[in-house]
Design a protein around this ligand. Structure first.
Ligand code: E4P
Length: 216
């Protein structure tokens, strides 16, 4: 399963990319707004660091303007993936941009039928938001299971990009279900590295080695 960073923050991105496990990145208007400054320069820098699919979202609400914004965002860097919201206009824009050969990520997906429609119009990625569903007592993981089943039935090429991830168990469950990608906030990726038994075990190994007076 691929791991993307869900962030617009350069410090977080620069700290995580050297781990060698990062395959791409997702941003959204809220994440970029939090950083401020020149969003085009920021997206360019992110693309240069990650060197992988980098989702940047349109903010128009009608298809023609979404298409224009998508083309504009794509001109920033070859790694840009145009993110469009799941609306009728977004679906039209996805179809048009995909037909031009652009990679499109259909976002704000909360139901399997929305995911089916996104695949039918050629989305490269579909982004079901699992944490936001869990927040309202829904089941984000059940949604992932349904989408993975549907896509398998028809061999859709659209990749399931699990979004709105809140903790490492979301990553584990998404991987068990065969989702293609999890996009994780930096804090979730950090948490994936932590295990108290690893820390305790390493401390003991190093102490025992030192006690023996060995040199390596
Ligand atoms: C994904 O592309 C979105 O940026 C993100 O996962 C939204 O997550 P949130 O629900 O934590 O805002």
């Amino acid at each position: 399963m691929k791991i993307f960073i869900d962030s617009g923050n350069l410090k977080e991105i620069e700290a995580l990319v050297p781990l060698g496990i990062i395959d791409g990145i997702t941003t959204n208007p809220s994440l970029l707004a939090k950083e401020g400054g020149d969003y085009r320069a920021l997206l360019k820098k992110i693309c240069q660091i990650v060197k992988g699919p980098t989702s940047a979202e349109v903010v128009a609400t009608d298809a023609a303007a979404m298409i224009a914004q998508g083309r504009d965002l794509s001109s920033i860097d070859e790694h840009i993936v145009v993110k469009v919201p799941f609306t009728k206009e977004g679906v039209k824009a996805c179809k048009a941009l995909s037909a031009e050969g652009k990679h499109v990520n259909v976002t704000l997906v909360f139901s399997p039928v929305q995911a089916l429609i996104a695949a039918k119009v050629g989305a490269t990625y579909v982004s079901p938001f699992i944490g936001r569903l869990d927040d309202i007592a829904g089941s984000g993981m059940h949604l992932i299971e349904e989408i993975v089943d549907i896509y398998e039935n028809y061999q859709f090429a659209t990749e399931v990009l699990v979004a709105s991830v809140r903790h490492p168990m979301h990553v584990v469950e998404a991987a068990r279900l065969g989702a293609d990608i999890c996009t994780c906030p930096a804090a979730v990726i950090e948490a994936m590295f932590k295990h108290p038994l690893t820390d305790i075990g390493l401390e003991k190994f190093l102490k025992d080695w030192e006690k023996a007076g060995f040199k390596l």
